[in-house]
Design a protein around this ligand. Structure first.
Ligand code: SF4
Length: 241
């Protein structure tokens, strides 16, 4: 039995993977994205020490519904900050509860894990924050390359991947950055879907509660048309014949 620091969980989440999901939020993240909606998950101490038995018991209550309607998504924070715990929950959800499993990650820590670690993961929701290394560093506090290496590795492993990209006017919407992303994903056969997510300010109260300065207070959200444009450009990039 493994123990991990769990921030929270939600039943019936409809946005993190196919269908209705049991979403498990893991505490801890090495990134400090300026637009993060969940700064209250950044530190391990933001979570509650929980056993894998406890989590599996909670998920099991909904398993018969989730088997038909969706599955389990582990998100955060960054799930790969607690790989042993997350791997055990995925393995048991897959083998004992027969659930579809999805990992929501930016992949920064994936190089520390061997390929077997990913065996009980059906789908990876991969967050690429921006394709310019300098902008990535400014936006997240960390380097871009590990995420790109992970995307290529998922392709080698034939692991189904949904790419997620947060569109922020004036920050992540430069045509050259969108084009670089389209060029990067075009040869990756594992990417079966793209989700462009509009930036919004909804997490701002969490920053205020934590007393962390929030620099995007006056940042605009993209229009639905801007989101559609980027979405269709990236969808075209992964269109297979
Ligand atoms: S990777 Fe996700 S959880 Fe971590 S800081 Fe960025 S948006 Fe927040």
């Amino acid at each position: 039995m493994e123990f991990g620091f769990v921030h929270s969980y939600e039943t019936g989440a409809a946005v993190d993977g196919p269908g209705m999901r049991f979403a498990l939020f893991i505490a801890g993240c090495p990134f400090r994205c300026t637009y993060c909606h969940n700064p209250d998950t950044w530190e391990m101490k933001h979570g509650k020490r929980t056993s894998s038995d406890e989590i599996i018991e909670k998920i099991a209550k909904y398993a018969s519904f989730l088997r038909i309607a969706g599955g389990l998504t582990i998100t955060g924070g960054e799930p790969l900050t607690q790989p042993d715990f997350v791997h055990e929950v995925f393995s048991r959800a897959k083998n004992e509860l027969k659930l579809h499993t999805a990992l929501d990650t930016q992949g920064y820590l994936a190089a520390t894990l061997n390929d077997d670690w990913f065996a009980p993961v059906d789908l990876v929701l991969l967050d690429i924050k921006i394709m310019d290394p300098g902008k990535h560093l400014r936006l997240t506090g960390k380097e871009l390359q590990p995420t790109l290496d992970f995307a290529k590795r998922l392709n080698r492993l034939h692991k189904k991947t949904w790419l997620r990209y947060v569109l922020i006017p004036g920050i992540t919407d430069a045509p050259e950055d969108i084009q670089a992303l389209a060029d990067f994903i075009a040869p990756l056969q594992s990417i079966e879907r793209v989700e462009v997510l509009p930036f919004h300010n909804l997490g701002i109260h969490k920053w205020e509660e934590l007393g962390i300065p929030y620099t995007l207070k006056n940042q605009k959200s993209p229009t639905p048309e801007e989101v559609r444009l980027v979405q269709s450009l990236l969808e075209n990039a992964i269109k297979r014949n």
